[in-house]
Design a protein around this ligand. Structure first.
Ligand code: FMN
Ligand code: SF4
Length: 736
């Protein structure tokens, strides 16, 4: 009985246990089912929201017509791929994110936005490639913007410090700030590696598929079709190697407001990463697509139809389309304006394009030039006090122009009416911060304004020197009566459209004009009126070395150069060749120099060792390229021997490593007349009759002659040696 009782108890417990287990199983099953449905619904809703957001923003950004082109039904087209659970890619199931295959794809696509919002860490690496440090400065600005967001892990590095191979496994967001150089530079290694990788058939075309990237290129539109060529190619090749373009290529033009371009790009990028709703709003208005070629963008591998929907994070792929759309929109508007001269619709005032030329000096450039001690005058001119002005005011010696031609340094105004130049000489002491341009395409300031502003700025700077110990009172007073103007400060003065009027303003006030030009503008040289002394820079004697040294903008630079020399020979005025010697660059090929001298027939040949001015930036020169004075002497002797009897070494200013070879017509009765009678020059000019360089000469003092014990140092002044510097070290501080 008792046994039966326990047996039935055991059976009922067992029944209870199994029924509980069954109920539990059913409950767990239903809960799981419900959850998965909820999850699926959530994903569909996420997807829907994003699509709605895209559609709204697209409407704002692209307008009705464009929206029509970009919006499609939620169904994906069959030529897209989906990723299944095991990570394999297959043709899309076409369920628009509802099926598992699309779900995987969708969560992968939207993960970026969702993580940003959920404050999960975003890893960003900023790479920069720079020579004159602008890209580095921009990289630092970007870094600061990123690190304001606590969910952003950001690092910044020079691209040369990164192993190129590591890009193959790079999964962080990579932002590249890349400056463009048509000469050797820090980008070369990466650029070559990327190009090789892109075109190596053995490399998987998705080799960089882990990477997400965005590029901002720095360049100068003065380089024409080479503008931002390297960033553009990098943008293209990264895309072609499977890297995902997170944001369209931005471009900053040194010739325009580069910093403003960058700020706009940076803001949009940061907003997009941390606030996706901003992305499409900003994309078309802030970016410079003008130069982006859609055909280049085969990287996108995106055969989406016109009706395709684009997700927010697919903005990179959208860029070429937006650009093409914008271009066609612009074209459309152009047609509106021009069809038979009768506009189809009236353009509002804001819509009419303003073709006013821009200002040459951008705010950033102004800042940089001001930092270097230039006073920027108006929108394209500059003035600076030369170190020899200060030295002369203190009675410590004048510049070589005093020794050679009698120019008083403390009464000399160093200025330029065009800060822009058409070269980028390796030795340019302007550190390549000045703008470049083949022609003067900027807003033009009137010559009267430039003249008066330059003069008043010059006097202001002189006045600031009154407290410097050792300033001589007599010279300080004289300094407020400028007698000479050296148009050689920076840039290419001959580019200024009113250069002749400017020179007239100088001459009217009996201020002599020393004009230096870079031999790249023959038509401007031909049209130039008489100046007191006209210089042409002869920086090399062969086409190859001229290209290497001057890095000219013009493709026909050699023909231009030769034409300028020919014009010089016909000018009928006092002329000078200026040779700047750079060791290992232009100190050979004497026979070619002789040929150039025969061609231009200059009155004088100034030979000067390159000045050490802390090269750097875009220059590869070092102190090893600065010749010693004895090396300059041996070059000059060698050149002089080959020039024959027409020329002789006349004067020397060893303090600035400069020597003057003169045509022997200036040696009268065995006495040199390299100095200028300035009063006579103005007298002849005012008479309006023809005169030559021999009509306003003055005798050269004995201390200036080549081989004299003073070696060109005015005995009235007192030589000052810096502590711990020997006399022959003065080469390091050579003047202008
Ligand atoms: C020697 C030299 C060559 C240059 N070549 C180009 C060029 O081919 N294309 C271009 O768009 N910009 C060119 N630039 C302009 C620079 O890319 C531009 O000034 C840029 O802002 C420099 O950036 P960084 O300061 O970071 O070096 C060149 C500049 C120099 C000094
Ligand atoms: S020509 Fe003169 S201003 Fe122009 S790059 Fe050369 S050194 Fe500089």
């Amino acid at each position: 009985m008792l046994l039966r009782y326990f047996e039935s108890l055991y059976l009922s417990y067992q029944a209870l246990f199994w029924s509980c287990l069954a109920v539990g199983g059913i409950v767990v099953f239903y809960v799981t089912l419900l959850n998965s449905k909820k999850k699926k619904k959530q994903i569909i809703e996420d997807n829907k929201k994003i699509r709605e957001l895209s559609a709204v923003n697209k409407e704002k950004t692209t307008g009705k017509g464009l929206r029509k082109r970009f919006t499609r039904s939620t169904k994906k087209t069959s030529n897209q791929t989906c990723t299944n659970d095991s990570g394999e890619k297959s043709a899309c199931c076409g369920n628009g994110g509802v099926s598992d295959c699309c779900k995987n794809q969708l969560s992968e696509e939207t993960s970026h936005i969702i993580t940003a919002n959920k404050s999960t860490k975003i890893s960003v690496k900023i790479f920069y490639a720079t020579q004159t440090r602008t890209a580095k400065y921009f990289a630092q600005q970007l870094y600061q913007s990123f690190t304001k967001h606590s969910n952003c892990e950001c690092s910044i590095m020079d691209i040369v410090e990164y192993e190129t191979e590591d890009f193959l496994s790079e999964s962080a967001i990579c932002i590249f700030l890349i400056s463009t150089y048509n000469v050797e530079g820090p980008l070369d290694w990466f650029y070559k590696w990327l190009e090789d990788t892109r075109y190596d058939f053995r490399v998987d075309k998705q080799a960089l598929s882990k990477m997400k990237f965005a590029i901002f290129g720095l360049g100068d539109s003065a380089y024409g079709d080479q503008f931002c060529i390297q960033p553009r190619n990098i943008d293209k090749w990264l895309g072609q190697l499977g890297a995902k373009r997170l944001y369209p290529l931005g471009e900053g033009d040194k010739n325009s407001d580069q910093e403003k371009n960058f700020e706009a790009w940076k803001k949009s990028l940061v907003d997009m990463l941390f606030d996706p709703s901003y992305a499409l709003n900003n994309v078309s208005s802030n970016l410079n697509y003008d130069s982006y070629s859609e055909s280049d963008s085969d990287s996108d591998n995106n055969n989406n139809s016109d009706t395709e929907m684009v997700d927010v994070e697919d903005i990179g792929a959208l860029a070429p389309k937006l650009q093409a759309a914008r271009k066609s929109k612009e074209k459309e508007e152009f047609v509106y304006k021009n069809s038979n001269g009768r506009p189809k619709r009236t353009l509002s005032e804001q819509e009419v394009p303003i073709n006013e030329p821009k200002e040459m000096v951008t705010p950033m450039l102004r800042k940089s030039l001001t930092k270097q001690g230039y006073k920027v005058v108006g929108s394209h001119s500059g003035v600076k006090i030369c170190r020899w002005t200060k030295s002369a005011l203190r009675g410590r010696g004048s510049c070589y122009k005093f020794c050679f031609y009698g120019i008083q340094s403390h009464r000399c105004l160093e200025t330029t009416p065009s800060l822009a130049c058409s070269n980028k000489c390796v030795f340019c002491w302007r550190h390549h911060t000045n703008p470049v341009g083949k022609e003067f395409v900027w807003k033009v300031d009137p010559p009267e304004m430039i003249f008066s502003e330059c003069l008043s700025n010059h006097y202001k700077m002189i006045n600031e020197m009154k407290g410097i110990p050792g300033i001589r009172a007599d010279r300080f007073q004289e300094a407020f009566n400028v007698r000479h103007c050296a148009l050689s400060l920076v840039g290419e003065p001959i580019l200024y459209p009113h250069i002749n009027e400017f020179i007239k303003l100088l001459h009217d006030r009996h201020i002599s004009s020393f004009m230096v030009c870079n031999a790249q503008h023959p038509s401007r040289l031909r049209a130039l009126d008489k100046v007191t002394q006209l210089y042409v820079s002869v920086d090399a004697s062969t086409k190859e070395s001229l290209k290497k040294i001057d890095r000219p903008l013009f493709k026909d630079f050699w023909e231009r150069f030769l034409e300028c020399l020919d014009i010089l020979s016909q000018k009928g005025q006092r002329t000078v060749y200026r040779l700047t010697l750079v060791k290992d660059y232009n100190t050979e090929e004497i026979a070619n120099y002789v040929e150039l001298v025969r061609r231009g027939k200059p009155d004088f040949i100034e030979v000067k060792g390159v000045t050490y001015c802390g090269f750097g930036g875009a220059s590869k020169l070092t102190m090893a390229n600065v010749p010693y004075h004895n090396e300059v002497i041996s070059f000059v002797k060698h050149l002089n021997e080959n020039l024959g009897d027409t020329y002789e070494i006349a004067t020397e200013h060893s303090h600035s490593c400069s020597i003057l070879i003169a045509n022997t017509k200036f040696k009268i009765n065995n006495k040199w007349y390299t100095w200028i009678d300035y009063d006579k020059f103005f007298e002849l000019l005012e008479k309006g009759e023809h005169f030559t360089s021999l009509d306003y000469i003055a005798p050269t003092p004995s201390w200036a002659l080549f081989g004299s014990p003073e070696a060109g140092f005015n005995p009235e002044d007192q030589r000052f040696y810096r502590k711990s510097k020997k006399i022959n070290n003065s080469v390091k501080n050579g003047g202008c």
